[in-house]
Design a protein around this ligand. Structure first.
Ligand code: NCD
Ligand code: ZN
Length: 349
């Protein structure tokens, strides 16, 4: 990485947690990710979810078709875990290079997770086999139990589910997706190299008070929900530390404006339009620009045993206004994270 005062060049980054959706939204959003990232792990929570090899292959093709020709972005596909799973199908997808990893959604924890896992212990034989073939498990780390306060669901999940799981399967590679708490960061740090976490841009920027600043702000609602300020500071420390176990995953999760601005608005923050620039701003604020490349371009690839990207990307320090909205081909509208706000960094095209 080279960094002059006003310019920063790093190996092209990867986004290890992306929601592309399907149809018109897919067509609209894919280039925002392809513009700045080289690879991305594509989440399988479509309706119906991606649970077999043919569907994953077809979805991958729709992503490639939706992308502009001049981008080289590589989508890495995931399999949505359900209670009843045919491991042969998962393994075949892995061996054929279609499934890169398996995604665990506790049933009811988030958007399109109804068909997710209700009893994690019923999948212990699957985890055993995944450990043997070296297939990573990506975890949405929240209990869906409505009796647990929404702000405590991650910490509860770590104690009740994640810690026992990681202890039981010492050979399983586990990614704690979109970690949002100090407890989560501490847990990942306490583990060896085979446990890692992604950190979103928005959880580095907002805390839970921001969701209610001057009124309710549906575009800042996501799951896991943003937590108290001391958690945000712990995330900023972890991301900017350069520690090998933390890497970039935006969790960009577009929902049309009418589904967000609603009496029961959807969870998900659409950060793709300015993701890398927002991360750069955070690292700059923390005086940690030297560690941006580890977080964005190196740690994830190393964890997943993938080659580092060959090409690079350059950011310039200059005012950069996030678009107010993005219009989809079906004329619905997406509101990006930090819409209308000015950032200090801009990707040099
Ligand atoms: C995601 C979505 O909309 O698919 N929503 C979110 O708030 N992050 C699902 C998820 O990753 O939890
Ligand atoms: Zn997600």
């Amino acid at each position: 990485m080279t960094s002059k005062h006003n310019q920063l060049t790093l190996l092209r980054p990867d986004d290890w947690h992306v929601h592309f959706r399907d149809g018109d939204i897919l067509d609209t959003v894919v280039d925002f990710t392809a513009r700045q990232f080289s690879r991305g792990i594509v989440m399988p929570n479509l309706t119906p979810p991606v649970t077999d090899v043919d569907n994953a292959r077809n979805y991958r093709k729709r992503i490639m078709d939706a992308m502009s020709d001049h981008y080289n972005f590589e989508p890495l596909m995931t399999c949505y875990l359900m209670d009843e799973m045919n491991f042969e199908e998962i393994e075949r997808g892995f061996r054929e290079g279609v499934f890169f990893a398996v995604k665990l959604y506790p049933s009811g924890a988030t958007t399109n997770s109804a068909l997710g896992v209700t009893d994690i212990t019923s999948l212990y034989d699957v985890f055993e086999k995944m450990s043997v073939i070296g297939m990573p498990l990506l975890v949405h780390g929240e209990t869906p139990d409505p009796a647990i306060d929404i702000f405590d669901r991650e910490a509860f999940f770590i104690d009740q589910v994640l810690e026992p799981l990681v202890r039981e399967f010492q050979g399983l590679k586990v990614v704690f997706e979109h970690v949002t708490t100090k407890e989560g960061v501490d847990f990942v740090r306490s583990q060896g190299e085979r446990v890692a976490a992604t950190i979103t841009a928005h959880h580095l920027v907002i805390n839970r008070s921001d969701i209610f600043k001057g009124g309710i702000r549906p575009h800042l609602y996501c799951l896991p929900i943003a937590k108290r300020e001391h958690h945000r500071l712990a995330l900023r420390e972890a991301a900017t530390s350069g520690h090998q176990s933390f890497f970039l995953g935006t969790d960009t999760a577009p929902h049309s404006r009418n589904l967000k601005e609603s009496a029961c608005g959807c969870a998900g923050i659409f950060s793709a339009p300015a993701a890398l620039e927002i991360y750069a701003q955070v690292f700059d604020e923390e005086n940690a620009l030297d560690n941006l490349e580890s977080f964005a371009s190196i740690n994830g690839a190393r964890f997943y045993n993938l080659p580092l990207n060959q090409s690079s990307i350059t950011l310039k320090r200059q005012p950069n206004t996030v678009p107010q909205y993005i219009e989809c081909s079906d004329r619905s509208v997406l509101i990006p994270f930090l819409a209308g706000e000015s950032l200090n960094w801009k990707i040099l095209e």
